[in-house]
Design a protein around this ligand. Structure first.
Ligand code: HEM
Length: 323
């Protein structure tokens, strides 16, 4: 993760002005491809283009014609599954399965049975999708909110300077970055990448005077939960201090902070996501500064995941030499 992050940061420095969102998508896809299926620069392969078209068609009118967004998304899903099938079959022929996610899935057994090729393809597709689309949104929101709140960026940068940590970063280093952790928690509270999730009701229950029956499908809304003013003071404000040890507002009620969902179907990639966000954030804050370019629309488009309308146009430069 750290190597790929450096590669992209160097590239953006050379560009000096850029439209960040598509770059961030390439960045997160490269990391997902490397760690999940072991391929380099996945975003520059056909996978990058197919994922984009697939995601653009996920929340559209389900008209399966070749010229509709939905139809194009279905076609790209098939192309993605086919390409993932090729990657899996190639790996199956290699003696060394390696320790990326695909290697682990190929070795996994349940009651003596391994996953079939179709099951493997579906699992890898889900992981590649879940492993980059949400993270792109989360990281872009971090960049946007810090550009809009220079005092918070300054505090995060001061923390890095005080810690004086050498690179490469270790998990122990990352754990020492407590203010940066609060900032990332607050980014995911204020602009959660996922809107919500469905649950099936198992036991009859009552909510606000309404009876809810077993078998019903219910939706939990993440953004609305994070705006609950009985939990969060001035919930509309970007205030990382609410996650400080003293305030810990999110602990006042169970399930008040759910960017990754909750319960046994909580996000499988939560730790992967938190790690990637922290590495990205630490390296960015330590070495670079960025400004929002004028005359762009920063309003958030919520589908498929929250992102600024004009894809976040910035100027980008280095502030100090790397240690
Ligand atoms: C900031 C980044 C991410 C956010 C905000 C996020 C959020 C979520 C949410 C809200 C759910 C639904 C949980 C539920 O049904 O209650 C979920 C499920 C899931 N996520 Fe993530 N996710 C992120 C990154 C990732 C990554 C990096 C991966 C994989 C590498 C991943 C893999 C999955 C999978 C496989 C599920 C389905 C789990 C299940 O149904 O058992 N996610 N995620």
């Amino acid at each position: 993760m750290e190597q790929i992050t450096h590669r992209y940061l160097d590239k953006w420095e050379k560009l000096s002005t850029l439209t960040w969102y598509p770059e961030l998508r390439n960045y997160t896809l490269d990391i997902a491809c490397k760690l999940i299926v072991g391929t380099e620069s996945g975003s520059q392969s056909k996978l990058g283009e197919w994922f984009k078209i697939w995601c653009d068609g996920l929340f559209t009118v389900p008209l399966p014609m070749p010229w509709t967004k939905f139809g194009r998304a279905l076609r790209c899903r098939q192309l993605l599954l086919c390409e993932i099938g090729n990657i899996i079959q190639q790996r199956q022929q290699e003696a060394n399965l390696s320790q990326d996610t695909l290697g682990l899935l190929l070795q996994a057994e349940d009651e003596g049975k391994s996953l079939s090729l179709d099951e493997l393809k579906e699992q890898v597709l889900t992981l590649l999708f879940a492993g980059h689309e949400t993270l792109t949104s989360a990281i872009a929101s971090f960049c946007l909110l810090l550009a809009q709140h220079p005092e918070i960026l300054a505090t995060a940068r001061t923390e890095q300077q005080h810690l004086g940590i050498e690179e490469p970063l270790t998990l122990e280093h990352l754990n020492q970055m407590t203010y940066l952790e609060q900032v990332l928690q607050e980014v995911l509270r204020l602009i959660p990448p996922v809107g919500g999730g469905f649950r099936e009701v198992l036991k009859p229950c009552e909510f606000n005077g309404y009876s809810i029956m077993p078998g019903w499908s219910v939706l939990y809304q993440i953004g609305k939960t994070h705006q609950d003013s009985s939990v969060y003071q001035q919930p509309e404000q970007f205030d990382p201090e609410r996650f400080s040890a003293e305030r810990s507002e999110h602990k006042s009620k169970p399930f008040s902070y759910v960017p990754f969902g909750g319960g046994i179907r909580e996000c499988l990639g939560k730790e992967f996501a938190k790690l990637e966000m922290k590495i990205f954030a630490a390296l960015l804050v330590r070495h670079y500064e960025w400004e929002l370019l004028p005359n762009q629309n920063l309003e958030l488009v919520m589908i498929p995941t929250p992102h600024p309308q004009d894809n976040l146009q910035v100027s980008f430069r280095r502030i100090q030499s790397k240690s």
